[in-house]
Design a protein around this ligand. Structure first.
Ligand code: NAD
Ligand code: GLY
Length: 360
C-alpha cells in the first residue's frame, strides 16, 4: 500500500510498510549507506530505536541517534540547537539523511533541522503517531514554536520518502490515537464524503482501535486527501489552506493553555466543532450539523475547555500567522467535502461557535 505525493522533481511516496523495510526504502530512494542522523523521542525510542538502528547498521549505515524528551515543548529553539550541535560536531555532509522517527513534534523539528543544516539534507519521515501518519509527515511543513505562537519559525521542506508503519500505532497511547483521528475526520469533512461515511459506519470500532482493516483503509484515504491537496498547492497559496479547518480556534487554544493541556488533535476537534457551527449558520440547508457533529464528538476531550476566557482565546486568534492584516481567517464548510476560507466571521459569531464547541 502506498500514496504518491506529486510535486514534479520533489515527488515522493508514502509507504505503509514495516520499519524493517526502511534500509531498502532508503536504497530505492537513491540514498547510499554512509552516516545518518536518527532523531526520535524517549517514548518512541523505547519501542523502535534499537531494531531500526540494527537494521540500518546491517545495511551499512553509521547511525547517530538523538533522543529528545517527548512533548510539544521539544519543538523549541533549544532542541533545534541540540540537533545542530550533534550533527555539526559529528561531521555530516549534504548526503547525510535525517530520519525523523516519531510523532508530529519530531517530524516538524527534525524536518526543520534537515531543511536548514548545510542548506538542506535528505529527509526521511518515519511517523509513529496517527496524527503524524495522516497529516504531519506529508506535505513538507516543518517548524518550531516561538513563545509568541505555534510553528512561527519554519520552512516548507518535502521529505524524500515517508514510511508509516501501521504496527507502530499499537503502542500509541489511546489518547494520542483518538487525537489523531481528529485529523482523519478533518480530511473527511473537507474533501472526502466517502471517508466520512466509512467513519460514520464504523465509528465505535475505529475510535476504539479495534477494526484493523477499516483503520488501515481509513488511514490510506486520509493520506490521499492530504497528498492531493498538497500536490495541487504545495506552498499554501490557495486551496491548501482548507487543511487548516478547525485550526484558527485550535492554535489559539493551544497557545492560551500553554501547549499540553489539550493535545493538538483535541484542540483541532474542538476547533472543527466551532467551525461546523459557523458553517451551518451560513449554509443551513447544505450542512447536516447534528450528523457531522456526532462524528466530531467521538473524539474524547480530556480537559474542560468551557472554563477558558473567550476574550483570551479571541486575542490569540487575532495573532494567528495565517491572518491577513486585522482579518482573522477561518476555514468553513460549504457542504460535506467542500471547504473554503473566509475572513467574514464576527467576534460575536466566533463566541457563539466556541460556546457550541464546548457544550455537552
Ligand atoms: P507528538 O509528536 O507529541 O506525539 C504524541 C505522543 O505520542 C508523544 O508523547 C510521543 O512520544 C508519543 N508517541 C508517538 N508515537 C508513538 C508510538 N508509536 N508509541 C508510543 N508513543 C508514541 O504529537 P503528534 O500528535 O504526533 O503531533 C503533534 C504535532 O504535529 C504538533 O506540534 C503539530 O503542530 C504538528 N503538526 C504538524 C503538521 C504538519 O503538516 N507539519 C500537521 C499536523 C500537526
Ligand atoms: N496541516 C496543515 C498543512 O499541512 O497544510
Amino acid at each position: 500500500m502506498s500514496v504518491f505525493v506529486d510535486l514534479d522533481a520533489r515527488s515522493y511516496t508514502v509507504h505503509f510498510n514495516s520499519l524493517a523495510t526502511v534500509p531498502s526504502l532508503l536504497e530505492d530512494t537513491g540514498l547510499s549507506p554512509g552516516r545518518c542522523l536518527l532523531v526520535t523521542d524517549e517514548n518512541v525510542a523505547r519501542h523502535y530505536k534499537t531494531p531500526l538502528v540494527r537494521g540500518l547498521s546491517n545495511a551499512g549505515w553509521t547511525v547517530r541517534s538523538i533522543v529528545l524528551p517527548p512533548g510539544e515543548q521539544t519543538k523549541s529553539a533549544s532542541c533545534l540547537h541540540r540537533l545542530y550541535e550533534n550533527a555539526l560536531t559529528w561531521g555530516i555532509d549534504r548526503q547525510t539523511p535525517v530520519l525523523a522517527l516519531g510523532g508530529g513534534v519530531i517530524g516538524d523539528l527534525a524536518g526543520f533541522a534537515a531543511a536548514t543544516l548545510l542548506r538542506g539534507l535528505p529527509l526521511v519521515q518515519l511517523p509513529t503517531s496517527l496524527l503524524a501518519q495522516v497529516d504531519a509527515s506529508v506535505g513538507g511543513k516543518t517548524a518550531i514554536n516561538h513563545e509568541t505562537g505555534k510553528n512561527l519559525i519554519g520552512a516548507f521542506y518535502q521529505p524524500d520518502v515517508v514510511c508509516a508503519d501501521p504496527h507502530t500505532l499499537d503502542t500509541l497511547p489511546m489518547r494520542e490515537y483518538t487525537s489523531g483521528m481528529a485529523e482523519v475526520i478533518k480530511h473527511a469533512l473537507i474533501r472526502a464524503p466517502a471517508l466520512f461515511e466509512t467513519l460514520e459506519e464504523h465509528l465505535v470500532s475505529v475510535m476504539s482501535r479495534k477494526d484493523r482493516e477499516t483503520i488501515s483503509a481509513v488511514i490510506e484515504s486520509a493520506v490521499s486527501v492530504k497528498a492531493n491537496v498538497v500536490s495541487a498547492d504545495e506552498r499554501e497559496e490557495g486551496q491548501r489552506a482548507i487543511l487548516n479547518f478547525g485550526h484558527t480556534f485550535a492554535h489559539a487554544l493551544e497557545r492560551v493553555t500553554g501547549y499540553g493541556t489539550f493535545t493538538h488533535g483535541e484542540a483541532v476537534a474542538l476547533g472543527m466543532r466551532a467551525g461546523l457551527y459557523l458553517s451551518h449558520q451560513r449554509h443551513p440547508e447544505a450542512l447536516p450539523r447534528e450528523r457531522l457533529d456526532h462524528v466530531l464528538r467521538a473524539v474524547p476531550i480530556e480537559s474542560d475547555p468551557s472554563t477558558l476566557s473567550f476574550s483570551d482565546l479571541y486575542a490569540a486568534m487575532s495573532a494567528d500567522k495565517k491572518n491577513e492584516g486585522d482579518t482573522i481567517r477561518f476555514v468553513l464548510l460549504e457542504q460535506l467535502g467542500e471547504a473554503y476560507v473566509t475572513g467574514s466571521v464576527t467576534e460575536a459569531d466566533a463566541r457563539h461557535a466556541w460556546r457550541f464547541a464546548c457544550s455537552d
